[in-house]
Design a protein around this ligand. Structure first.
Ligand code: DC
Length: 210
């Protein structure tokens, strides 16, 4: 099997930074799968639709184009909420499954998301589950938003994040959970370099033994 590194965990736990650095160090392509759900949510909003409507959301997922992932409006509160709604719809998840598997087919990949190690690549040789406390994740997301000029309070970010985490974990379709063979990395008190070094050592060990 081509090397697939599956990275799952809640929002703003440090998955994206870690996944990008791992991909670079290992010479593998990288896919942020959250962008798929964000782009589907955006397509639904573009047409004035309700992201919680299964038929509309599934049609948007089936017509998703790679260029949709490069839209500049995939971040921010509206896209967050729309992504969280479409991600709970089984037909949307099924429509995006092939895209994710195909992405890694040629040369392997590092993918981050919520169900990469449990549903998309259950046989991936290296799986990481990256977490951090809610307070720390909200602080990180608030700093990112502020850097982009989006004014909001930490309390609002934390409240929204708590709600979306609960929705991601409670949904019936591919709920957020660690695969039984995932290496759990709590980054609450780690900086990006420490998280990267720990993850790289684990992933190298797994890939070499696969
Ligand atoms: O990681 P993110 O914040 O960009 O994810 C956006 C939304 O999509 C979030 O509600 C979780 C959901 N998601 C998912 O259900 N499965 C994935 N593989 C990736 C993201």
């Amino acid at each position: 099997m081509k090397p697939v590194v599956a990275i799952d965990g809640p929002a703003a736990a440090g998955k994206g930074t870690l996944a990008r650095r791992l991909a670079h160090a290992l010479g593998l392509p990288y896919l942020d799968t959250g962008l798929l759900y964000r782009a589907v949510g955006r397509r639904v909003l573009d047409h004035g639709g309700n992201p919680a409507d299964p038929a509309i959301a599934e049609a948007a997922a089936r017509s998703l184009q790679p260029l949709d992932l490069e839209r500049p409006d995939l971040r921010g509160p509206a896209a967050d909420a729309a992504a969280s709604s479409v991600a709970a719809i089984p037909g949307v998840r099924a429509a995006l499954l092939t895209f994710q598997r195909d992405f890694a087919a040629a040369s392997g990949a590092v993918l981050d998301g919520r169900d990469i190690g449990t549903v998309i690549f259950p046989d991936a040789p290296a799986k990481l589950f990256v977490t951090a406390s809610l307070t720390e994740r909200a602080r990180r997301r608030w700093m990112e938003l502020r850097a982009k000029g989006i004014e909001t309070s930490i309390e609002t970010v934390e409240g929204d994040m708590r709600q979306r985490d609960a929705k991601d974990a409670a949904r019936l379709a591919a709920p957020l959970r660690a695969a039984s063979d995932a290496f759990e990395l709590d980054t609450t008190t780690m900086d990006a370099d420490a998280a990267f070094n720990a993850a790289l050592a684990f992933v190298r060990g797994r890939i070499e033994n696969a």
